[in-house]
Write a protein that binds this ligand. Structure first.
Ligand code: LLP
Length: 404
């Protein structure tokens, strides 16, 4: 994305032109950026030869998933719906892992029949359910056990998953007990130890602590796992000049870890693959000026993009026409929803903008569209993809009539 002659382009296509054709609000993705991110991610971990399973929860658009699949990635899914989406996108079952604390009997049965690579179990009760299904289907089911290493990922509290107060995984003692109970089971085959400590992680330090905790389990249990699934969580730069994850320091430790343990690695990145590939294109409906604040009211709201309301997440908002002069007054970009948290951004200054102008909310490819709703009975933004200088519509706009 860049300005040429003060007009904003995404992959060399004018954003105003896209908006003229497709309207607003619309989620727009860049295939070029998806490919670039995947190549970069693969390169960062090249020496660890991982199976990279894209976390479908970050973006479940079928076209996006099939492009990601074609670029060589598998899938990490957390529901029957996500599993169906991954399969529909032609991702091979043997490249799919199933995570999540609340998989139902039906979901596990479905996944078992589809012969996916692993079901990563998160509780003793879930393992009991898997055993039941194995007996019923007369199969041996390959599973992983998810460790909760009690490591602080130093990220937003709401997206931390690896501390002992979080619902995810099992603690060291429980994992070892389960290994001892089930290592000779005829119904389940423990193949993997999985772990995922949180999302939007920008330091390698928590990952190193996580690896230590995994090592402890291996040493104490003396069990030979075929796979270690290290989860995802790699953070991206929502703010220019923000702190970035040092991939090489993380990957170096993973290499050491593999040499010591002779295991295969699985990674489950979501945001780092798709986050910066997506833009939410919108229009300014009204500008409401109060003494202190210029409220820029746009035609997309928290129903389309929940992250700011849910986590106070920061997303850059940029105009499609650039003007150099700044107005030094607080500007709040807000949506039409009847909630005070329906606010995308508050800035101390902004360039002059007018009603009818187009704007772009950046880095919304991950956890954007997937978290959207019809709150206030609004239709949601649909999605388009820019690939090889062409723009494709990749999801349907559901009409108000159908929603109602
Ligand atoms: N694996 C597991 C087991 C996960 O729970 C998650 C994310 C991932 C992988 C992918 O993490 P990523 O690489 O995308 O950080 N809605 C929040 C993020 C929730 C993440 C949930 N789990 C947000 O908008 O920031």
């Amino acid at each position: 994305m860049k300005y040429i002659n003060n007009k904003l382009l995404i992959d060399k296509i004018s954003v105003d032109r896209i908006i003229k054709t497709f309207g607003t609000p619309v989620y727009c993705y860049s295939y070029k950026q998806i490919k670039e991110n995947i190549l970069k991610f693969q390169k960062n971990f090249i020496k660890t030869k991982p199976l990279i399973c894209f976390a479908v929860k970050a973006n479940n658009n079928i076209r996006i998933l099939s492009e990601i699949g074609k670029l060589g990635l598998g899938a990490d899914v957390v529901s029957k719906g996500e599993l169906l989406a991954a399969l529909k996108s032609k991702i091979k079952p043997k490249k799919i892992v199933f995570s999540g604390v609340g998989k139902t009997y039906d979901e596990i049965m479905f996944a078992t029949k589809k012969n996916i690579l692993l079901i990563n179990a998160e509780s003793k009760s879930e393992i009991d359910t898997i055993v039941k299904i194995a007996k019923k289907t007369k199969r041996v089911i390959d599973i992983g056990i998810r460790l909760n290493p009690n490591v602080d990922a130093n990220t937003i509290k709401e997206i931390t998953t690896g501390k002992n107060i979080n619902k995810f995984g099992l603690n060291e003692k429980e994992v070892i007990e389960l290994i001892n109970t089930y290592k000779n089971s005829k119904q389940i085959n423990i193949k993997c130890l999985s772990v995922h400590i949180g999302s939007q992680i920008t330091s390698h330090v928590p990952y190193i602590r996580m690896l230590k905790s995994v090592q402890k389990i291996i040493d104490k249990s003396n069990f030979a796992f075929e796979y270690i699934d290290l989860g995802g969580g790699m953070g991206i730069n929502y703010e220019l000049n923000a702190k970035t994850l040092n991939y090489s320091r993380y990957a170096k430790q993973v290499v050491k870890f593999i040499k010591k343990n002779n295991v295969k690695i699985i990674l489950e990145p979501g945001r780092s693959i798709i986050g910066n590939t997506g833009y939410l294109l919108a229009k300014i409906i009204y500008i409401k000026k109060t003494r202190k604040i210029n409220f820029i009211i746009i035609n997309t709201g928290m129903n389309d993009l929940m992250r700011p309301a849910l986590y106070k997440a920061y997303h850059r908002i940029i105009p499609t026409k650039k003007i150099q002069n700044k107005i030094f007054k607080r500007h709040d970009f807000v949506g039409p929803i009847c909630e005070t948290t329906d606010k995308f951004l508050s800035t101390k200054s902004y360039q002059k903008v007018d009603e009818g102008d187009n704007i772009v909310i950046c880095d919304v490819g991950a956890y954007g569209k997937v978290l959207s709703s019809n709150y206030n009975l609004r239709t949601n933004a649909y999605e388009i993809l820019i690939k090889n200088s062409k723009v494709f519509k990749i999801s349907k706009k559901i009409s108000l009539e159908n929603i109602i």
